[in-house]
Design a protein around this ligand. Structure first.
Ligand SMILES: Nc1ncnc2c1ncn2[C@@H]1O[C@H](COP(=O)(O)OP(=O)(O)O)[C@@H](O)[C@H]1O
Ligand SMILES: [Mg+2]
Length: 255
């Protein structure tokens, strides 16, 4: 009965590359329906942590639990199917398909053996309708409704990042790991992207872990900050608490 509804728990995770301790005993948890940013200098282990949680790297030791279930060492597709999706710095989309098709395909891709139901035509049609309704809702939340017919390759960089999030949501993801979602995006659009993230949390109950170094933009939108240095979490808490923590100022914000 964990009333606090922790969606993810990371316990004493280690990951080395040769002699380099990229993740050196990391422990933290994420409360459901909260937005957490992960900050830290280049090379502090942020992307490695995302890779370990999403199954792209196996940790050397430690455990990762999603909704109290141990997912340590699971293959990436299995972790994806259980509800954790990650996005990449370079969005992964079907470039020749339009926006709506990108969403519909994402759901199908994650349905596993559901095609077996195809002979039950009526049932299938109902699914199709439900999918389109769901896609329309997601497009609305992402502010992409008016672009539904556009080929993915013709979207702006910011819209591509939004569509990538939409694909994750169509697949049923409830925890989104975003690696620098506003990198290379102008400040106006960067604020829009964070406002959208807040909307997805509020309207759909999505939980976010976001690697982000542009604190000037991100801090106003987030519930929790985790600060890493040299593979360890050196500070965590509210944005105010973390940015005034001397440890963080020294290792990250300091000159
Ligand atoms: N696949 C890999 N092989 C070897 N070293 C790696 C690999 N991935 C990351 N590293 C190293 O681990 C450290 C942490 O990297 P990374 O997690 O990418 O940091 P960040 O995302 O915080 O900038 C760095 O020193 C990086 O060079
Ligand atoms: Mg990185």
């Amino acid at each position: 009965m964990s009333a606090a509804a922790e969606i993810l728990e990371v316990r004493e995770v280690h990951k080395s590359f040769g002699r380099l301790r990229a993740i050196d005993g990391v422990t933290f948890s994420l409360a459901e329906k909260k937005i957490t940013i992960l900050i830290g200098p280049n090379g502090s282990g942020k992307t490695t942590l995302v890779n370990v949680i999403s199954g792209f790297y196996k940790p050397d030791s430690g455990d990762i639990l999603y909704r109290s279930q141990k997912i340590t060492g699971w293959a990436p597709h299995r972790i994806y199917r259980t509800g954790i999706a990650r996005t990449f710095q370079v969005p992964a989309l079907f470039w020749k398909l339009n926006v709506l098709e990108n969403l519909l395909v994402a759901e199908k891709q994650n349905e596993g053996e559901n095609f077996l139901r195809a002979p039950f035509r009526g049932l299938w049609k109902k699914d199709e309708e439900a999918s389109t309704v769901k896609a329309a809702r997601i497009l609305e939340l992402l502010n992409l409704s008016q672009h539904w017919k556009k080929q993915a390759s013709t979207l702006s960089g910011g819209q591509m990042k939004l569509l990538e999030m939409g694909r994750a949501l169509m697949s049923g993801a409830e925890l989104l790991l975003l690696d620098e979602p506003i990198s290379g995006v102008n400040p106006t659009l960067a604020h829009e992207i964070f406002a959208t993230i807040v909307r997805l949390r509020d309207e759909l109950g999505v939980t976010f872990l976001i690697v982000e170094h542009r604190l000037d933009i991100a801090l106003g939108y987030v519930d929790q900050v985790l600060a890493m240095a040299y593979g360890k979490i050196v500070s965590s808490g509210t944005p105010q608490a973390v940015i005034s923590d001397p440890q963080v100022i020294e290792s990250y914000l300091g000159a």
